[in-house]
Design a binder for this molecule. Sequence first.
Ligand code: FAD
Ligand code: MLT
Ligand code: ZN
Length: 475
Amino acid sequence: MTVPDKELFLSALRSIVGAPHVLTEGDLSAWELDWRKREHGKALAVVRPANTDEVARVVQACTAERISLVPQGGNTGMVVGSTPDASGTQVVLSLTRMQRIRKLDAANLTVTVEAGCVLQTLQEACEKEGFLFPLSLAAEGSCTIGGNLATNAGGTQVVRYGNTRELCLGLEGVTAQGEVWSGLTGLRKDNTGYDLRHLFIGSEGTLGVITAATLKMYPMPKSMLTAYASVSSLDAAVELLGMAHKHLSAGLTGFEVMGQFALSLVRKHFPQQRVPFAGEDPFCVVLEVSDHDSEAHARGLLEALLEDALQDGCVLDAVVAENLSQARALWHIRESIPLAQAQEGLNIKHDISIAVSRIPDFVRETDAAIAAAHPGARMVNYGHLGDGNLHYNVQAPEGTDAEAFLREQEKPINTIVYAQVDRYNGSISAEHGIGTLKRHKLAEHKSPVALGLMRAIKQALDPHNTMNPSAIFLP
Ligand code: FAD
Ligand code: MLT
Ligand code: ZN
């Protein structure tokens, strides 16, 4: 695009959203740099619409000029999907001004909310009315509902409530042509042809822009109790998970595992946190039970589970939070791992899923393969064991240059891990998506038939390839 064209284009954008909401100058790194600091892109402009109509008109203006758009929410994504490339030709479409909770329908157990609403704001609004919005992740103070939907985010409550997809009953969105699609029905049953919401959920901004959603709420449980236990192995953690399902049934709302090295990073970088069981035991587990009867009932169930598990030997030691602040402190340990790992330095992340029953063997074999090929590499292993989802991450050997490690070892380490994932019939992205970071890997690991179908959908919905064109697919 030539400069005069560019000025004309920018003034068209300004006339849609107002000049203060078209950013082109100054420090734009909040929009151009991804959370993990993997890539610093360059935006043609950051555009901040206030409502769906403005989104539609911005998309029309971009499509008319064949200018690419990168939708962005809280920019907390893990796979470099929400930031522009380095060309200076892509518009970042930031949804963060669209934060309204449009309607809370208590009888229908639904809430309709705009895409830029921060997850925690929605959780708190539901709680105020006596409801639970169960999506929960460590980035909840800054990630947005639009981003959660676009990545089909998981988090720590999936074992009971499912991924974001399972929480969504309807969507409003803007197509790549700039048309508004209103699908905010809030219906639990609707078999009138293709279920379009499921195309947009998990599409990472490549098919259109999500502007609002109708989401499920749940009655707030009377009690939510948290326990923290140390276990001698991943086999023991899996055994404990099986016992927890039996004892707690649908009351089991969270089951996370944390390797001792991951926990040591929390101790190192956040020394004010008290991390229990710092001993030799290789893994700890944090688990949560929700109960609609009473706290005494929940405590009885949890204590019975832990007694059985201690007797069986799969749990070595355990604590149950006495109150909400203790529960929060235990969860905070788990949630601090990604931040502690980021402070330790650049690292190689894997967000994989495998059948729960096969996880111990996977980790044993893959740890051994990495140790043999990359002596000293440190395994930061933690994740949502209840969902079979591990963050099987690798940190540079102690005292070495993390940047050089990432540059030189990311590919060979990815190759080892993803070959193992294939052997175990797993997925190379359980919850973070593909973004730009994993698109090469998607091309290698997804079946050609599945990739062909995905490309056909992309071509049909976004024929000019203007919607987040660098994400998911290789050019
Ligand atoms: P962004 O990062 O802004 O965008 C993510 C993707 O969605 C991009 O491709 C973007 O183009 C697209 N997008 C954003 N908004 C829209 C929209 N309105 N319409 C269309 N496309 C859009 N993820 C998990 O799944 N589970 C976790 O437990 C988890 N924990 C995390 C913990 C930390 C500390 C951090 C930093 C991240 C974590 N994440 C986790 C990753 C991230 O928070 C989620 O992927 C989240 O859903 C992204 O939301 P966001 O608003 O920040 O989206
Ligand atoms: C988590 O479970 O903590 C997140 O998915 C973030 C991460 O993997 O770093
Ligand atoms: Zn996660």
